[in-house]
Structures are given as C-alpha cells and as structure tokens.
Design a protein around this ligand. Structure first.
Ligand SMILES: [Zn+2]
Length: 599
C-alpha cells in the first residue's frame, strides 16, 4: 500500500494520426472474374460495368484510404476455361504485378464470393495485400481485406467455394465423409437450407463451433415449392424466372448462406433460367443428398480434369427431415423433363447458339461479327449442323446481310490457321524470347524471395502436420479444414516459388522454343477432345475484343467467297497450355493479323 501511494500518477498521452494528403487519389484496379460453370458469357463485361459505376459514384468505402477520391488505373478480367486447364487468373496476376510495382492501391471486385471461387489462393492473396499495403474491396457486400476479420473471411469463403471439397487431401476427405455419414453439414448448402452448429469442440485451447446441422429456411423453402409446382403445371424455366422476377421475389444470390438477406447490394441479382433448372434437378429437395459424384484429378502434365465417379462410389444420404418437396411433385416434374428431353433430341437443338445452361453450342459464337452492321455473326439455323449468319439480319431484321455460311466452311479453316501459326518455328522462337525476358524481369524484382519462401515453407509444413494429427484424433471443424486446405495450397505455391527462384540452372528457369513447340503440339488434341464452349472460351483471349470479321467478297469469284479477318494474339496461346508457371504468360503480346479465305 505504501509503495502504491508513493508512485507518481500515470498520465496518458494521445497522438493524432499523421494527416494524409487527401487530395492524392487512390489508384484502383477493376477486376472481374468469370467461370464457365455458372454465368453467361457477357458476365465479365457486366461485372466491370457495375464496378466502374460504383467507383465513379463513390459508393465504395475504403478502410485503408478513407475520404480520398478514386481513380481507375486499370481493368483486368479472367475467364476460367475448364478443358484447357487454364487457371483463369492471368488478369489477377497482372493486377498483383501493378500492386507489387506500387502502381495501384486497391483492387475492386463486384462480389467477393465470385472473386474467390475456383481460385483457391485466398490466404496467399490476403498476405500479399497486407505486405504491399493494398486493399481488396467488394462492391456487393462492402467487404474489405482491411477489415478486422478479413483473414478469417478469406478462409471461410474459399472453403465455401465449389472446388474446395474436390481438391482437399485424402485425409481431410475421410474426415468429411465421416461427418456426412452422420448427417452433418459438409459446408455445401443449397437454396432453402442453411446450417447451425450443434457442438463446441476444443481446438488449440479454444472452443469453436463444430458439427453443423442442416436447417430448412422456411421462407426460401416456400419459393422452392412454388417453383416445382409451376414446373409441374407446365411452365418453362424461363417463364418461371420471369414470374418470380416480375414479383420481385429475391433469388438465391440475394441471400447469405445463413439465410439473411444481403443489404447494400448496388444491383439486385435476379432469377435466371439456369437457377430454376438447377433447383428443379436438385435431389436434396426430396431429402436425398448426393455427394462425391465427380472428382478432380491432376493429370501428369499438371492440368486438372473433372471426372464422373461411378454411381456405386457416391455418398448418398437420405435425410427425410430435409424434404421440401413431396415425392409426387418431384415425380411429375421429372415426367415433364422427360418430355422436354425427348423433344430436344428430336429437334436437335444445334441451331441455337446457347445451350439450356447458357453455354455456347458452337465454337465461334460471339467471336465473329457482321461486316455490314458489326453485330454478332452466330449460328442462325440448325440445318445440317448449323449455318453462321448475321443475327441482326435473321432475328431482329435490322440488318440487310442475309448471307449464311456452313459451320464446316467457317470453323476448320480458322482453327487450322491457328494451329499452323502455333506450329511455326518463328512464332515459337518469338514467344520463347518474350517469355524469358518477362521471367527475367520478374525474378530480378524478387531478391531474397527464395530464402523467405523456404522459411515460410518450413512453417507451413509444420502446421499441416499438426492439423493432420488433430484430424486423426477426431477433431474436425469447418475452420480447421479450411485452414488445412489453404495451407496445402500455400505449400504448393511456395514449392513452386523456391524451385523457380532457387534454381541455379538457367535451363530450368528459361524456356526454349522447342519446349513451347512441344506444348503447342497438344493443342490440336485439345481442340479435338474439348466441348465447343470450352474451345470458344479458350479462343476468346486470343482474338481479343475485335474478334473476327466475316466478309463476303465478289471481286475474285462472281458467286462470292467468304473471308475471315482479324488478329491473333499468340502470346495468349501460352496460357492455353499449363506448366509455364505463375501465369507469367499473361502479359506477353504477339499480335498477328490474318485474312483467311473460308470454304
Ligand atoms: Zn449484320
């Protein structure tokens, strides 16, 4: 007591922050991402427009740079292509390069969830942003990478993404399956259902929610029932979507997984035919949860492929308490779909440019334009497998160019030209040279990166071992699995980086024209085995915004001949074949203008 009295009183001093120059503009990068599985082809453009508008109207609130004006310095987009094994993150790489070079401060995306889907490098990106003092902002939910719980959010969102389960390690998979067999949530939720924790488990000395149980969200379930009834009554997916949109019924994208309505959406998402189609075909609505139907395998060349699993291997759980639709209603909708599929088979839907799920049916859909009106030159009739023509002329009647050309005359010459270019020694030589120059500049920017990465790798290996041990001892929680997954990805990335930076053998760092040529030789095979929509997506970056102009000339032949004119950016072809590391190839440009006679 005596001592306490003798001590002089403590005084607190309050510092003010240094005043930042508010007149300096925050440099932002707009980034849009599109994945083949769930959106229409116009989607990246839509996203970019939405983001640009929000930025210009100052509807975005930055935590790191409050009160300062925005200035858009760049726009990047990525399109994921499944069959070609393209990771679809060249645009993101370019964005990160700008941040690394201190040319930008903020990455702006439309929707955080969409942004992360299929990318799986959440934590790595988070750390990157932190390291460079940059910020990621999402328009739809106002998420910022600088907010308090951001690291956890990154992990959770990555976990919720579709590819997550298919790519976790076998150890994790086993733990998850155990929980599935017990009827607990595996993190995959569907419209009408959310999950709630039933237990708390001690993990690293902290109590964490675990053993999540599925719970029906009654208001969403009512919408699901209505959709099934409308379908059984004979309404098409499109008609159902229109009715719901007219009534302003919120669609799945309007809700968080918890069932809470998203607020502050700058643009409210709406129902699409495809959403209705997916709901009508989801067996979970009669309480049958099917999992493990597909698996992603890594091929020896480093690309990934989704394969169907035999039915006997599926994990099927019957949960009568999750039944939203009764069997009779489900059956009558199946009946309707059977009719529909029969009709489709008979009519041969190949005349339509898009499939029921929004994927294109033909290789050059929306890549070609009409010489008269610059409108889309697409398949306008399904006759004999399809004829391309001006859509404005054949549908809208706003163009006079009624000439049509068979797909057999249009597609092969252009593809053959592309393959010939990629097989040319000259092209491979130029691309190898440009690639190596880029690589060199990249490495010189990252001095000491090798040692840092090695230290980090040791840490990561340690953590992985700890988590696997915990799982073996029966501790499985959503957060833990998410952590493991991100650590595994971090490990892969670090190993790659160490290999690249630590290599003293120049041959391992740099690429020769011969190697590029070898890789390109896979392309004809890819073209042969891929779906038209996959080829379409792969060609898109090569052709750029201009696309191909289809011309009809009568100068040489009075009967007329078709020509295709455009320009190929062969640098983008490097991204078609994986294994060139880090998406470095994104910024390599090698444009070749072409003019090809068709037929
Ligand atoms: Zn036209």
């Amino acid at each position: 007591m005596e001592n306490a009295l003798a001590r002089p009183p403590v005084k607190l001093i309050k510092y003010d922050d240094d005043v930042k120059d508010l007149s300096l503009k925050v440099r932002i990068i707009i980034y849009a991402r599109f994945s083949t599985d769930n959106q229409s082809s116009s989607s990246t453009e839509d996203q970019i427009r939405l983001i640009r508008r929000a930025a210009n109207l100052a509807q975005v609130k930055s935590i790191l740079f409050p009160g300062r004006d925005f200035e858009i310095v760049a726009e990047f987009k990525d399109e994921a292509v499944s069959g070609f094994g393209v990771v679809g993150r060249d645009g993101l790489d370019s964005a990160m390069n700008m941040i690394r070079a201190k040319q930008a401060d903020v990455i702006l995306v439309s929707d955080f969830k969409r942004f992360l889907r299929g990318m799986g490098i959440a934590l790595q990106l988070f750390d990157f942003l932190n390291e460079y003092g940059a910020e990621l902002l999402a328009i739809s939910d106002g998420f910022s990478s600088a907010q308090k719980n951001a690291r956890l959010m990154f992990m959770n969102k990555a976990y919720a993404s579709e590819e997550f389960l298919e790519s976790v390690s076998i150890d994790t998979q086993r733990g998850l399956n155990e929980r599935r067999y017990e009827g607990f949530s595996d993190g995959h939720l569907w419209f009408g259902v959310t999950s709630k924790p039933t237990r708390q488990t001690m993990i690293k000395g902290k109590l964490k929610d675990s053993h999540f149980e599925y719970v029906i969200l009654e208001n969403q379930a009512a919408v699901v029932r209505r959709i099934f009834k409308m379908s059984a009554d004979g309404l098409s997916q499109r008609e159902i979507a229109k009715i719901l949109n007219d009534e302003c019924v919120p669609c799945p994208a309007c809700y968080y997984k918890t069932g809470v309505m998203k607020e502050h959406l700058t643009e409210r998402p709406t129902w699409a035919d495809r959403t209705i189609y997916q709901i009508l075909n989801n067996k979970s609505y009669i309480g049958i949860i099917e999992r493990g139907k597909t698996k992603i395998i890594k091929k020896s060349d480093g690309t990934k492929q989704t394969i169907d699993m035999p039915k006997s291997n599926w994990i099927v759980i019957d949960s009568p308490n999750l039944k939203i639709i009764d069997q009779a209603l489900w059956d009558s909708v199946r009946e309707r779909f059977r009719d529909y599929n029969l009709r489709k088979l008979k009519s041969g839907s190949r005349g339509k440019p898009f499939r029921h799920d929004g994927q294109v049916n033909h290789i050059f859909t929306s890549l070609c334009s009409c010489e008269a009106c610059h409108g889309p030159f697409v398949v306008v009739t399904g006759h004999k497998g399809g004829y391309y023509g001006c859509r404005n002329a054949h549908r809208q009647k706003t163009c006079v160019n009624h000439k049509v050309i068979s797909w057999k005359k249009l597609e092969p010459p252009i593809l053959n030209y592309l393959v010939a270019q990629l097989n040319s020694d000259e092209v491979c030589k130029i691309l190898a040279q440009k690639y190596n120059e880029l690589r060199k500049s990249r490495i010189s920017m990252d001095i000491g990166g090798g040692e840092r990465a090695a230290e980090k790798l040791a840490d990561v290996e340690d953590s992985i071992a700890n988590i696997i041990k915990a799982i073996e001892q029966g501790v499985v929680s959503d957060a833990l699995i998410a952590k493991l997954k991100s650590l595994e990805e971090e490990r892969t990335a670090l190993k790659g980086k160490i290999e690249l930076l630590g290599s003293t053998d120049q041959k391992q760092i740099y690429i020769t024209p011969l190697v590029i040529k070898g890789r390109f030789q896979e392309i004809p095979e890819l073209l042969r085995t891929s779906q038209p929509f996959e080829i379409n997506k792969a060609l898109r970056p090569l052709l750029g915004k201009q696309g191909i102009k289809i011309l009809h000339r009568t100068s040489a032949d009075p009967k007329g001949e078709f020509w295709a004119e455009g320009s190929l950016n062969l640098g983008k072809a490097l991204t078609l074949v994986k294994g060139l590391g880090y998406g470095d190839s994104a910024s390599i440009k090698h444009e070749i203008p072409f003019s090809i006679r068709l037929g």
